[in-house]
Design a binder for this molecule. Structure first.
Ligand code: PEP
Length: 251
């Protein structure tokens, strides 16, 4: 999927803080061997590995990206990585607002939107995560929570939201083995799509990925829903056979 492809299917792996130079090389070689894929495929890797990942994927149709970027442009922000630095490594994507960053690093809706804006300004496609916790779902707040999270993005980006990718990731489904049923996920995706459609037709055509314990055996049923345009894959993206099978399910 390239920025010009509206509503392209995309499967992006989120390696989180996993990997080693040797393990990455083996994983990427196996992934290249499993190509071609019927959808866009990307791996979002720990920042120190970006140079080697770029070299390992050069000439392939598999894109690469990072898992976070700074909301600042440059300067005295020790430990931060800017969107421009990611662009320097030819990243196509950067995940922003993953629930682990929202929960563990206190990232607000506004900060996540600022990171997305930095990514877009650097020519990257931000994959902006939204999703409710189990407590919020049980309190009947799913609709309000994801509308608030996406609303902050729309408030800052306006029409520019059309250049982002959105990922609906119910927090209770991440790394737990619990998955939203295809019908449950579709309800939220349709709601997000309607919120984007209220901005513009271009905004309505962003890809909305589902994430949360996607595995080879549930990927096809999730990806066949009308408003689910692929997936953001955590644990299963570390296994080349499983990740390739998920990518192939996004036909
Ligand atoms: C994620 O980390 O974005 C994710 C969806 O993880 P998992 O697939 O392991 O639930």
């Amino acid at each position: 999927m390239s920025p010009g492809d509206r509503r392209g299917k995309l499967v992006a792996g989120n390696w989180k803080m996993n990997g080693s130079r040797a393990a990455n090389a083996a994983l990427l070689a196996a992934l290249r061997a499993a190509a071609p894929f019927p959808a866009g495929v990307a791996v979002c890797v720990p920042a120190p590995y970006l140079g080697e990942v770029a070299a390992a994927l050069a000439g392939s149709a598999i894109a690469w990206g990072a898992q976070d970027c700074s909301s600042h442009d440059a300067g005295a922000f020790t430990g931060e990585v800017s969107a421009a630095m990611l662009a320097d490594f030819a990243c196509r994507y950067v995940i922003v607002g993953h629930s682990e960053r929202r929960a563990l690093h206190g990232e607000s809706d506004r900060l996540v939107a600022e990171k997305a804006a930095r990514a877009l300004a650097a020519g990257l496609t931000p994959i902006v995560c939204v999703g409710e916790t189990l407590a919020e779902r049980e309190a009947g707040q799913t609709t309000a929570v994801v509308a608030r999270q996406l609303g902050a993005l729309i408030a800052l980006l306006g029409e520019g939201v059309g250049d982002a990718v959105v990922a609906y990731e119910p927090v209770w489904a991440i790394g737990t083995g619990k998955t939203a049923s295809p019908a449950e996920a579709e309800v939220v995706h349709a709601q997000l799509r309607a919120q984007l459609a209220a901005v513009s037709a271009r905004a309505a055509s962003v890809s909305i990925l589902y994430g949360g314990s996607v595995k080879p055996d549930n990927a096809a049923s999730l990806f066949s829903q009308p408003n689910i345009d692929g997936g953001l894959i955590g644990g299963a993206s570390l296994n080349a056979e499983h990740f390739a099978a998920i990518c192939k399910a996004a036909a």
